[in-house]
Design a protein around this ligand. Sequence first.
Ligand code: COA
Length: 379
Amino acid sequence: MKTFVAGVATTKFGELWSASPRGLARLAVFGALKDADIDSKDVQALFVGNMLSGMLGGQEHLGAFFAEELGLSVPAFKIEGACASGGLAIHNAVNSLMSGQYETVVVLGIEKMTDHKPEDVATALMGAGSEEERLAGATFPGLYAILARVHMREFGTTEEDMAAVAVKNHYHATLNPNAQFHTAVTVDQVMRSSKVADPLKLLDCSPISDGAAAVVLSTKRTKRSVEVIASVVATDTLGLAQRKSLTELSATQKASEKAYTLAGMDAKDIDVAEVHDCFTIAEILATEDLGFFPKGKAASAIQRGSATIGKAKRVVVNPSGGLKGCGHPVGATGVKQIAELVEQLRGNAGARQVKKARVGLAHNVGGSGATAVVHILEI
Ligand code: COA
């Protein structure tokens, strides 16, 4: 059974204080249905990717909550996998179509984070870490700072190399009307921004964000649909201390290897990728683990412009602005990545269009790499 993305929509990402989760969900889902030219009465199931609504908002039971809000009287599921909740929701929706259970389903990724105190958000996000990391007072910027230090020691990666990722992704975000930030930054500005967890600075981090994205998946091909040719999930230990290596995220490697096999492709066949750059070091790790650059070589390649719209020799990475520039409403991110790829592959991405893009890869990570989801799409 083949699976196609029939329609997509993304709300603006950012500090959306006047928007409610209900309103964001309606904008995203009805936008995606309109894009697919599908009536809501033809939707057979709803999958919701979300991480923090229970902890921050006190609202669990999101499947039924959003089914009621959207007027969809269908089976509905909340899927949680930390910052990979959106990608996992898509994976489960794809499987439900492949099994023959449904023919048309909707996936909603949604998160509302900025109404809450930053320290409460940081504590809630650490629900994705291991118990010992929480008891030690670790935060996600702190955990990724450890990964950055090890990469710097092993491969000579510099703070300026990491800053180049922020420069690229903030530039891409200036071309994306839905992005949280529309300000280009320089390496010098990144280097002078305030320290968050040494060596990571404010401008090395993805922000706290609100936003939603939705996709309509179908077993039927239409003129505008994009095929999902691989959907793979892999896991690793929750805590960093239990890992054999800190210079790679093995779940990303496992998921992408299997995805390339399923798609009958390899890394060099990917034209455009949305990867999980929750911190600048995370994009460096991801582009190495996905096979776009050899281990230890991504930083210098990104510095040379090898992943930038208009300059890339092969794959363009994070044309949406990524998590860094577009924003990171955690449960929405994995769904937004698919929506961005669909716009790119249809040739509808406007100023940030990657020329002749035919094959796209989405890479969504939960925690410090305990869950990795890889999708490959082709038009
Ligand atoms: N990148 C760029 N600018 C940012 C930013 C970011 N990541 N975070 C905040 N800003 C900007 C704000 O827009 C604001 O600008 P303004 O003064 O012009 O309005 C300014 O910096 C201060 O914002 P504030 O909200 O006070 O920042 P903060 O100090 O509370 O939070 C971080 C900054 C980096 C600590 C927070 O964004 C964070 O925790 N990020 C990581 C989130 C995370 O761990 N996600 C899960 C990943 S696994």
